[in-house]
Design a protein around this ligand. Structure first.
Ligand SMILES: *Cc1c(COP(=O)(O)O)cnc(C)c1O
Length: 355
């Protein structure tokens, strides 16, 4: 699609919350980006409109068969006052991979990148400036065709909404307690675990609720076939520092290929650390924790960047990691990624794009 983006400005602007009042995903900016898809036309009518409700037919395929995908990335106000998106190209690449898995027509990557830059550029005053705050960007595609048959829909809408979000670690970085679940699984081989599709999150809610009720922050998912190999923690990828090596589960199709995971692996390799993407059984993790060989564990994801794991609970046994303190590599990774995001150091890797 090469059409120019049509812009309709909001008649009134919403008040902007103070940085200190920001939470996650409750406040939205004045405008949103939209484009439609029809089989005959492809993607068409890219436009920016005032933020507001969508009108959909109750028979729209998304409501019935969950043909829907999304992304989550952030724009940061750097220490120089400029606004930059973090690795938007990687997020668009993943959106298109999710699209293919869910039989949704992919977007032209250059055009999709432009949609993010134009919208965030228009809403730049909404990007908060305090350290730790950011503008969360949520690109979404849903099937809109009113049809109850089970087949890929012939009509879709792509939209992007923006939400200023507060510092994830407003009270400082705190290691979390994780429950290893073997009663439920998140994804199975051949399933949709590698796609950022709504159904995966609906399917994960019960396990999370049970974990919360038992006093845990997140669940650690095991593989769907044997319930033995570590997959992910909550909506983050997971990494272990075993002796002098960093180990993380490989991208075999049931794990979400995290952009933060990729950033962390790049940095670790640049720093000369030994990194292994391999299957790791929960028994190996527990044994290593007992013997002291498990020095650190952390989750990676856009929301928290890096989240230290202080304790694992598996089959009734609770095991502290690094005595429940933040590990040295965990801290270093967090620092390094955040410094790039806020342009405290020059971006030598082409990870940021000014909006
Ligand atoms: C989004 C997500 C991640 C993290 O991906 P990032 O690109 O690092 O934000 C990991 N696991 C799941 C299940 C996710 O939905």
């Amino acid at each position: 699609m090469s059409e120019a983006v049509r812009i309709t400005r909001a008649a009134t602007k919403k008040p902007k919350p103070k940085d200190s009042e920001l939470g996650f995903g409750t406040v939205f900016t004045d405008h949103m980006f939209l484009a439609d898809f029809q089989e005959e036309k492809g993607w068409y009518d890219p436009r920016i409109e005032p933020y507001g409700p969508l009108t959909l037919d109750p028979a729209a395929a998304v409501f019935h068969y969950a043909q829907a995908i999304f992304e989550g990335l952030k724009a940061f106000r750097g220490v120089d006052g400029r606004v930059r998106l973090f690795r938007p190209d990687k997020h668009i690449e993943r959106l298109n991979n999710s699209a293919r898995r869910m039989c949704i027509p992919p977007l032209d990557p250059d055009w999709a990148l432009r949609s993010l830059v134009e919208l965030v550029g228009l809403e730049r005053d909404w990007v908060p400036a305090s350290l730790g705050t950011s503008l969360y960007v949520r690109p979404t595609i849903i099937a809109t065709e009113p049809f109850l048959g089970v087949r890929p829909a012939k009509a879709y809408v792509y939209y992007v909404i923006l939400s200023p979000v507060g510092a994830y670690y407003a009270e400082g970085m705190n290691p979390v307690k994780i429950l290893v679940v073997d009663k439920y699984v998140r994804a199975v081989p051949g399933g949709v675990g590698a796609a950022k599709t709504g159904g995966n999150y609906a399917a994960s809610l019960l396990a999370s609720e049970e974990a919360h009720r038992a006093g845990f922050t997140q669940v650690l998912w095991l593989d769907g076939a044997e319930r033995r190999y570590v997959e992910e923690v909550g909506t983050m990828n997971i990494m272990f520092r075993l002796g002098d090596q960093v180990v993380t589960p490989p991208l075999t199709g049931s794990i979400l290929p995290g952009v933060t995971r990729d950033s962390a692996l790049n940095l670790l390799r640049e720093w000369g650390l030994s990194v292994s993407e391999r299957q790791i059984a929960i028994d190996e993790v527990i044994a290593a924790a007992r013997s002291g060989r498990l020095r650190e564990a952390w989750g990676t994801g856009t929301a928290a960047v890096i989240s230290p794991v202080g304790e694992l609970s598996y089959r009734g046994e609770r095991i502290a990691i690094n005595a429940g303190r933040i590990g040295e590599l965990t801290q270093r990774l967090y620092q390094a990624i955040v410094e790039i995001q806020y342009a405290k150091v020059p971006d030598t890797r082409g990870w940021t794009l000014e909006a």
